[in-house]
Design a protein around this ligand. Structure first.
Ligand code: PMT
Length: 221
C-alpha cells in the first residue's frame, strides 16, 4: 500500500453465488438461470485483495476460485445452514446467490411417473436467508442483490429495508447484457443512507471491485 493511502483492514467475507435447487422428486427440481458468475467475481476479487473468503455456491459449472474456501450446497435450506455456520467469524456477507423464494411442499422419494404428475404442484415459502440471519447481523456488513425487471430501484429500496441491509446491488435482469448468465452487469448501488450510484455496463469483475471498494471504505470507517 502506498504511503499516505488510507488503511484497509483485511476482512473475512462470506459470499454466496449461483442458484438453489428445490426438489420435486429425485430427478426434477425448481431452480433459476443464475450461473454463479456474479458471486464468483466478488469472491475472486476479494481474494485478490487479500481478504479471507468463504464462497457458498449452489449448483454451478464454474471452477473453484483459488484461495477461497468453497462450500457447495443444493437447496435454500442447505445454503441457510452454510451461511449460518460461516457467519460467526465473518465481517461481511455478500448475498449474490439467486435463492429460491418457493419450494414444493412435498418431495417425492420416487420419480413421479409421467402419468401421475399432478397438474398443480403446491409450494411453500423457502427460507429467506437474509431475513433469518438478520438478528445475528451485529456489526457485520450485509450486502444483498435485487434482481428485478423494469426499474429496479423501488423494489431494491424495499428489500434493503425489509432485509436490514447496509447496501443492495440492484440489477435489471430483463436486459440481454446484464443479470443472469452473462459476463457483464449494469447495477445501481443503493445504500442504507439512501445514496444510489448508477454504474454503467461493466464486467462482473469490475462490479465486484466497486462493491468491495464500498465494503472496505465502510469497514475502515
Ligand atoms: O449468477 P449470475 O448468472 O452471474 O447472475 C447474477 C444474479 C442476477 C443472480 C445476481 O446479480 C443477483 O441479482 N442475485 C440476487 C438474485 C435474487 O435472488 O434476488 P432477489 O431480489 O430475489 O433477492 C434479494 C436478496 O435476498 C438477494 O441478495 C438474495 O440472495 C436474498 N435472498 C433471496 C431469497 C431467499 N429465499 N433468501 C435470500 O436471502
Amino acid at each position: 500500500m502506498e504511503a499516505g493511502c488510507c488503511y484497509v483492514p483485511l476482512m473475512r467475507i462470506v459470499v454466496t453465488a449461483g442458484p438453489t435447487r428445490e426438489a420435486i422428486d429425485p430427478v426434477r427440481f425448481i431452480s433459476n438461470r443464475s450461473s454463479g458468475r456474479m458471486g464468483y467475481a466478488v469472491a475472486e476479487e476479494a481474494v485478490a485483495r487479500g481478504h479471507g473468503v468463504v464462497l457458498i455456491a449452489g449448483p454451478v459449472a464454474l471452477a473453484d476460485p483459488p484461495g477461497a474456501q468453497v462450500i457447495r450446497v443444493t437447496t435454500s435450506e442447505d445454503m441457510l445452514a452454510a451461511v449460518g455456520n460461516a457467519l460467526e467469524s465473518c465481517d461481511a456477507l455478500v448475498m449474490a446467490a439467486a435463492v429460491a423464494d418457493w419450494r414444493p411442499v412435498t418431495v417425492s422419494a420416487e420419480k413421479i411417473k409421467k402419468s401421475r404428475i399432478p397438474p398443480v404442484i403446491r409450494l411453500e415459502p423457502a427460507p429467506d436467508i437474509l431475513k433469518t440471519l438478520r438478528p445475528r447481523k451485529g456489526g457485520r456488513i450485509f450486502v444483498g442483490f435485487a434482481a428485478e425487471t423494469g426499474n429496479p430501484l423501488p423494489e431494491a429500496v424495499r428489500k434493503l429495508r425489509d432485509k436490514g441491509l447496509d447496501m443492495i446491488v440492484a440489477n435489471d435482469v430483463s436486459q440481454a447484457d446484464a443479470g443472469f448468465d452473462v459476463e457483464t452487469n449494469r447495477c445501481t448501488l443503493v445504500t442504507g443512507e439512501d445514496e444510489a450510484v448508477a454504474l454503467p455496463l461493466m464486467s462482473k469483475m469490475d462490479v465486484a471491485g466497486r462493491i468491495l471498494d464500498w465494503i472496505e471504505k465502510r469497514r475502515a470507517g
